[in-house]
Write a protein that binds this ligand. Structure first.
Ligand SMILES: NC(=O)c1ccc[n+]([C@@H]2O[C@H](COP(=O)([O-])OP(=O)(O)OC[C@H]3O[C@@H](n4cnc5c(N)ncnc54)[C@H](O)[C@@H]3O)[C@@H](O)[C@H]2O)c1
Length: 336
């Protein structure tokens, strides 16, 4: 098998603008069909992105088409419900985030993958962007050592109202936005053991929070998030115990602080950085990581390997997000 047979369920804005346009660039995918409750959206995506058939009912599509996997991109609850149905139908699933609206619902999706022996992946794409694969490689070098510190910020313009019929604005923001930096943080730093958070929620829907984390290794970190920004902007920094630090800005720029060979002895060495920038040529659409995450999904299925972020990664991400809310409510650190 050198191609996976893939269909997309959900052809709304994200799916049609950021995910399906990538498929033409991924030869490991045979694009079999599209599906949306609004059949015209499914037909339009099939025409534009090269799928061979279009459906309004995903169950009809599963019955008629011979598929290996599905991409699912719609409202959050639909990821859980349709994701479980597709896993039970024997398919691997690529689920848009959030894959579930609660830790309990998330556990149901994980169980469905396990009982069917199928792979699930969740579309937290930061970790797939080239800048982050470079950062992770640098962290593996002898000059980096073990991670001792994480710092990040994520400025977002919303949401400033609850999403997906949920009643909590803060949970909607965590599910809709903060799952991204949280997944990225786990990718870089490993599991979180403790969370201590304060949330500032204003009556106009602007939220700001700055959780502190401790990781299994003992390393510590903090992440500043707001929904009050004019546009999306993000940065992460990790420092290692051998003196190297790696910073990634907006998934396109890597800055590595390391000991320069050309500086003599004595005193501190100021700003000795090596930098990488994604440059002007880019294959993806909208943001870095989208084409890479779908390529990784297809490659993993072809190799019969678990793609990442796995459902278990996403489940851990939701537990961390939940702990941010619980810590603020309790005014105390929450142990995971
Ligand atoms: N990873 C990212 O950077 C990123 C960015 C934007 C949005 N998203 C996520 O993408 C998801 C979709 O957001 P959107 O803005 O595209 O929403 P949207 O409302 O534009 O699209 C959702 C589509 O799903 C379809 N749908 C719903 N239930 C269905 C079903 N049972 N069968 C088939 N089709 C069904 C709807 O008809 C609609 O066309 C959200 O969960 C959001 O969190 C992710």
């Amino acid at each position: 098998m050198n191609q996976i047979k893939l269909a997309f369920i959900g052809c709304g804005s994200h799916s049609s603008a950021c995910l399906q346009p990538n498929i033409a660039h991924i030869p490991q995918i045979e694009f079999v069909a599209t599906c949306d409750l609004d059949e015209e959206k499914a037909r339009s995506c099939a025409r534009r992105f090269g799928a061979l058939a279009a459906y309004a009912d995903y169950r009809e599509m599963l019955a008629k088409e011979n598929l290996d996997a599905v991409g699912i991109c719609g409202p959050a609850q639909m990821h859980t419900e349709v994701g479980i149905a597709c896993l039970d139908a024997g398919l691997h699933v690529f689920l848009e985030k959030p894959h579930a609206v609660s830790v309990e619902e998330s556990a149901r999706v994980c169980q469905a993958a396990e009982r069917n022996g199928k792979f699930g992946m969740v579309a937290t794409m930061w970790r797939h962007a080239k800048a982050y694969t470079i950062a992770k490689d640098l962290m593996g070098s002898d000059d980096f050592g073990h991670p001792i510190l994480f710092e990040g910020y994520y400025l977002t313009p919303g949401p400033r109202q609850p999403l997906w019929g949920l009643d909590s604005l803060r949970w909607s923001h965590l599910l809709g936005q903060t799952v991204h930096p949280v997944d990225c943080m786990r990718f870089l730093m490993g599991d979180v053991t403790e969370v201590y958070a304060k949330i500032h929620e204003r009556s106009d829907g602007v939220l700001s929070y700055a959780p502190h984390f401790q990781f299994t290794s003992g390393a510590v970190g903090t992440l500043c998030v707001t929904s009050g920004a004019a546009a999306i902007d993000m940065q992460t920094l990790v420092a290692g115990d051998k003196g190297m630090a790696v910073e990634v800005t907006n998934m396109i720029h890597v800055r590595c602080v390391r000991s320069p060979a050309w500086v003599g002895q004595g005193g501190y060495r100021d700003y000795p950085t090596h930098e990488w920038d994604a440059g002007s040529y880019y294959l993806g659409h909208a943001r870095h990581g989208y084409i890479e995450e779908l390529t990784h999904f297809a490659d993993s299925i072809l190799k019969n390997e678990q793609p990442r972020a796995s459902l278990v990664d996403a489940h851990e991400g939701l537990r961390i997000c939940r702990a941010i809310i619980d810590s603020d409510a309790q005014g105390a650190p929450v142990t995971l």
